[in-house]
Design a protein around this ligand. Structure first.
Ligand code: ATP
Ligand code: MG
Length: 550
């Protein structure tokens, strides 16, 4: 979409950030450029909250024909791992977004940031402080200036150099910006710019003994990259004054930061620290456990990128704190899967049906439509034979009125195949039905039915001799409290029944399923193959049930 079209688009259909950009474009600010970035810290996997930040930053740039950088904020050597870098890149791509050029790293700018710090010291805008953390904290609260605040530029330059070359031990001193110890905004009370960490960094190795604070690296990184609109969540609002101060003192290019509210979803945790704890303490099987709200888990569970993007779109972009109902996500997933999932049959609680008038040993191929919602999706073959399985639930010896499934003397259609009539059933000593005997109506084959019979019920089924046993993993919410941790420890709110493992019999066509395939197991739910599957054992995840509350 070109800028002109966007300007003509009705204002109320645009979110507030898009409206700001249109105003910028009118006044020529940033010369009509739109260049955003997504700046994750590589200390964990991305979650549904990050999906919002991704959709907002990449989505807005896309809309205005702009660009988006992927920049890893790797300022903290403690917690960052290459595994997370690769995971994040994969997740962003999977969500459907491409960044500009190679991925970037805040660590690319360590030298520039160091030079900037030297510039501030030379200007008398930064100083090395040897006070203890406790003293600095007390002084901050009291609005009292540090005894090291007014030392000479030469002393500060020399001490900063000693910090850099490793002459001072960790915790000895820090570099602070000289702003205002009485500022209402606490972040302006001489914030830390550098601390000593004698630790190797995943990209710069042993080169540095000092590492920039996030707040020092962040704004300047945006400036260096020529970002126009630094889109971020509301908690960064008070940081903006600090970023602006740095950029103004350095006299460098100034991006504009715009904050929007975080995505919060009920029954869900969107804190990396807590998600990490769930993984490390074994409450889930890993970052990609399909119950997790991470992108990697949602992918494994069978959610589609389109359904996640659509969910974010529906949740909206504003400054209002929001809590979104998780059922909106389920809705979006169902809506998309309904369009794309291949219909297949799987029986969970089998009971055997013998078609007494169908020749023993004969196999007839039925052609079942892959997806009635998608034109040209084709069909696949389902073998039909004299012994099939249906769900136990689909048969009743003594049914109530308006029971349209199978019952003595009653007829149903087998999906994609014939109409059958129940003639007889076999029970064991306890009276439990063990087998149902039916006859099929010869001229009632689906698609070529000339029987003239009208039946109300259609059942899913599989041929007993051909069906493949499968493991089905059914997921419920990971937490049973809508606000995990609201009462006490969020770990106490874990839902003990969040995973149920059951088995089923699936039609043989599913042996060729691939990880990216999406299925609707008729009347049961949407499923996808799980990566735990082997040649001899197929495992399917239930992505979502067919209807809410199932
Ligand atoms: P966490 O609190 O889970 O550690 P974070 O914000 O520290 O998350 P980052 O890797 O720094 O993790 O996040 C990258 C970007 O994603 C940031 O700009 C942040 O604002 C955004 N983000 C994180 N959580 C959410 C959320 N729940 N909703 C929207 N954006 C989010
Ligand atoms: Mg962060």
């Amino acid at each position: 979409m070109s800028d002109n079209n966007l300007n003509e688009e009705k204002k109320e259909t645009l979110n507030f950030i898009e409206q700001i950009i249109i105003e910028h474009n009118k006044t020529g600010k940033f010369e009509g450029r739109v260049h955003t970035r997504f700046p994750p810290e590589p200390n964990g996997y991305l979650h549904i909250g990050h999906a919002k930040a991704i959709c907002v930053s990449f989505g807005i740039a896309q809309k205005f024909g702009g660009k988006t950088n992927l920049r890893f904020d790797d300022t903290n050597p403690d917690t960052e791992e290459t595994e997370f870098v690769e995971g994040i890149k994969r997740d962003v791509r999977w969500l459907g977004f491409n960044w500009e050029g190679e991925e970037l790293y805040a660590s690319n700018y360590f030298q520039t940031l160091y030079d900037y710090a030297v510039q501030l010291i030379n200007q008398g805008d930064a100083y090395v402080d040897f006070s203890s953390a406790e003293v600095m904290d007390t002084e901050k609260k009291a609005g009292k200036e540090s005894q090291y605040r007014n030392r000479s530029v030469a002393e500060n330059l020399s001490d900063f150099e000693k910090m850099r070359i490793g002459e001072y031990e960790e915790g000895t001193c820090v570099l602070r910006a000289k702003i205002d110890m009485n500022a209402d905004n606490w972040l302006l009370r001489d914030p830390l710019l550098y601390r000593i960490k004698k630790m190797a960094h995943h990209r710069t190795g042993d080169k540095w003994n000092i590492y920039p604070m996030y707040d020092w690296a962040h704004g300047q990184s945006d400036s260096i990259e020529g970002i126009t609109h630094s889109l971020c969540t509301l908690e960064f609002e008070p940081h903006r004054a600090l970023y602006d101060w740095c950029i103004q003192k350095l006299g460098i290019y100034a991006p504009q930061q715009i904050e929007f509210s975080r995505l919060n979803v009920n029954y869900t945790i969107t804190s990396k620290r807590k998600l990490k704890e769930l993984v490390e303490k074994g409450h889930v099987k890993g970052w990609d456990d399909p119950r997790m709200p991470t992108i990697t888990a949602m992918r494994r569970r069978g959610y589609t990128p389109a359904s996640i993007r659509n969910f974010i779109e529906k949740a909206g972009v504003s400054k209002r704190e929001q809590q979104i109902d998780i059922s909106l996500l389920d809705f979006c997933v169902r809506e998309d899967l309904n369009k794309v999932a291949t219909r297949a049959m799987c029986v969970l609680d089998p009971i055997k049906v013998i078609i007494t008038n169908f020749p023993e040993g004969k196999v007839e191929m039925m052609h079942v439509e892959n997806n009635q919602e998608m034109e040209g999706s084709g069909s696949h073959d389902v073998p039909f034979s004299a012994e099939i399985y249906i769900e136990q639930d689909d048969f009743m010896v003594d049914p109530p009125k308006k029971y349209f499934r199978l019952a003595p003397g009653q007829m149903v259609r087998l999906k994609g195949a014939y109409i059958i009539r129940c003639d007889h059933h076999v029970t064991d000593a306890e009276g439990k039905v063990t087998e149902i005997h039916c006859s099929y109506i010869e001229n009632s084959r689906s698609g070529e039915d000339t029987s003239g019979l009208k039946v109300k019920g259609t059942l899913h089924w599989v041929s007993a001799a051909h069906a493949v046993p499968v493991e089905l993993r059914l997921y419920e919410r990971l937490f049973s409290n809508p606000e995990p941790g609201s009462s006490d420890n969020y770990l106490d709110d874990l839902n003990p029944n969040s995973l149920q493992i059951t088995t089923g019999y699936a039609e043989p066509f599913l042996k060729s399923a691939k990880l990216e395939d999406r299925f609707q197991f008729m009347r049961i739910g949407y499923f996808c193959l799980d990566s735990d599957s082997t040649e001899s054992k197929l495992v399917f995840n239930r992505t979502v049930s067919l209807k809410e509350g199932f």
